[in-house]
Write a protein that binds this ligand. Structure first.
Ligand SMILES: Cc1cc2nc3c(=O)[nH]c(=O)nc-3n(C[C@H](O)[C@H](O)[C@H](O)COP(=O)(O)OP(=O)(O)OC[C@H]3O[C@@H](n4cnc5c(N)ncnc54)[C@H](O)[C@@H]3O)c2cc1C
Length: 485
């Protein structure tokens, strides 16, 4: 089938979702084409979730400018979209004279980049901020923070859909053909005729760029592994603790999550395999040992899960990491906005990246704003966060609030059912997990996964065998063991 849209966004990570949401301010028909069955399955949900201050990037770079902008607008985005963001602050901890010199250089670079709230603090102040940290001094970044990367991305995407963008999951773009001043995007399912397109394909961005005829980019993968620690440890870590960074790598850090866990990582291992997210056992021990030199509370028994993410870094022929590249090549692919090398701080900078990408199109084409764009995504307070009175009121309104499905994270049946009926039509298990936090607790789905599957079956009339964990090939059930039971 051939669909016609004004614009297509290729990729449903945080950058594609931010582009779709920002583009839905304009009077356009928009299609988002995503290979996976939901947004936030790749780098955007596999990171440290730190809202960076903007000091770690070269002066004058897009990374620096868009990061500082993203940091500044995060309170407003959090209020509009209803995802959790905490301006926790962050420390970079040092011990030696060389460390101090590097921190002073980093701080100076930060000021040049327009980052605010940076100061060098002594050991006493460091221990006031983060008890038990090992270090003699630190650079404190007051305005750095932590956020929920899942709901940030999902709520951007759902807000885009509420404002008219259409999502096509399981639609991998396989080839692109130029036609009548626009493009035909070919997927296994359907074809899409569009005037304009945005390449926000993350790990697939180089391939899309090649399909557009914009060739020659060298992109390498850098894999980062993580441990997730039990919520017991959250209260002991009020803010992210980093070592002194090198010019290219932030180092293994410990980071509180907005939900009270702690993550440990990432290491950085070059890889060509952008699809392998397994965490080898020796890496787990390496992460624990490295991070323990910064923060002494990391014990194997508190590790409830591991995960990894892969950064797509654009490098030159000498392997030197380059800035974000956001371009329209009028000579080769007019009307196609090409985004390459959107590595860290892509989460922090997602909305400024989107606005910058759209501005390139607006410089060339006249596109009208629409009058009825609604920036607010309606969110509902979680049962977990309600006080007793609110819980009783919720239960009297909807008895589903009286049934706990995930007892680790206190997620109720009412919340699961609401998530099942999400505006993007996603019904994978991770789709429900990322929207509610069910299956993210200490038991890691042991008690609630089957209940959630049953609710998906009942609410949507889908057979259990057709429910996927995350990806198209990740079936959870292969069929009934006995007929009729
Ligand atoms: C280990 C790690 C730690 C990080 N820590 C931080 C941090 O603390 N703070 C911060 O600001 N940033 C951080 N980042 C960076 C941030 O996560 C990324 O910059 C950001 O998520 C990139 O988003 P994206 O949308 O470009 O890519 P992705 O999230 O990878 O999304 C791209 C999407 O495109 C889809 N796609 C690919 N090819 C095709 C195709 N042909 N057709 C259709 N769809 C396609 C993919 O399925 C995917 O969903 C970190 C990244 C990693 C990996």
């Amino acid at each position: 089938m051939l669909h016609s849209f004004d614009a297509a966004v290729i990729g449903g990570g945080v950058v594609g979702s931010a582009i779709a949401r920002e583009l839905s301010r304009y009077d356009l028909s928009i299609a988002v084409l995503e290979e996976n069955l939901d947004v936030v399955c790749e780098a955007s949900g596999r990171n440290s979730a730190v809202v960076h201050g903007g000091f770690a990037y070269d002066r004058g770079s897009l990374k620096a400018r868009l990061c500082v902008e993203g940091n500044r607008m995060m309170d407003q985005l959090s209020a509009e979209l209803g995802f959790r963001f905490i301006r926790s602050g962050k420390v970079l901890v040092g011990n030696t004279d060389e460390d101090m010199k590097q921190l002073e250089r980093t701080m100076k670079q930060g000021f040049d980049n327009g980052a605010a709230g940076l100061e060098i603090i002594d050991e006493e102040k460091l221990h006031e901020l983060v008890p038990a940290v090992n270090g003699r001094f630190a650079m404190f970044s007051r305005f750095s923070g932590i956020m929920d990367p899942f709901l940030f991305t999902i709520n951007l995407a759902e807000n885009a859909a509420e404002n008219g963008a259409r999502y096509f999951f399981g639609h991998k773009v396989l080839s692109i053909r130029k036609r009548n001043g626009g493009y035909i995007l070919h997927t296994e399912e359907d074809d899409f005729s569009v005037k304009w397109l945005f390449n926000a394909a993350g790990k697939g961005a180089k391939d899309i760029s090649d399909m557009l005829g914009i060739t020659g980019y060298r992109v390498i993968g850098s894999k980062g592994n993580y441990l997730v620690l039990d919520k017991r440890l959250g209260p002991l870590l009020p803010m992210p603790v980093y070592p002194v960074p090198s010019n290219t790598y932030m180092g293994i850090h410990v980071t509180p999550t907005v939900d009270g866990n702690v993550t440990v990582g990432p290491d950085a291992v070059n890889t060509d395999d952008f699809g392998y997210y397994g965490v080898p056992a020796d890496k787990m021990e390496y992460l624990r040992e490295s991070a323990s030199t910064l923060w002494p509370h990391i014990d194997k028994k508190d590790v409830i899960r591991t995960f990894s993410g892969i950064l797509s870094k654009w490098v030159d022929s000498d392997g030197v990491i380059q800035d974000f590249r956001i371009e329209i090549r009028d000579d080769i692919a007019p009307g196609a906005v090409n985004l390459i090398g959107i590595e860290s701080p892509g989460l922090t900078a997602a909305v400024p990246i989107a606005r910058y990408a759209i501005s390139l199109l607006l410089d060339r084409f006249c596109i009208a704003l629409k009058s009825d764009f609604n920036p607010v995504h309606e969110s509902v307070k979680r049962f977990m966060d309600m006080d007793e009175e609110e819980r009783n009121e919720a239960i009297s309104r909807d008895s589903g609030y009286g049934l706990l499905v995930c007892s680790c994270e206190k997620v109720t049946e009412a919340e699961i059912i609401r998530a099942i009926h999400n505006p993007l039509g996603v019904h994978t298990l991770t789709g429900i997990k990322y929207r509610t936090r069910a299956m993210m607790g200490g038991c890691q789905a042991g008690f609630c996964q089957m209940k959630i599957e049953s609710l998906i079956e009942k609410e949507l009339g889908i057979k259990g065998e057709d429910i996927r964990y995350m990806r198209d090939s990740s079936w959870v059930l292969s069929g009934k063991m006995r007929d009729g039971r």
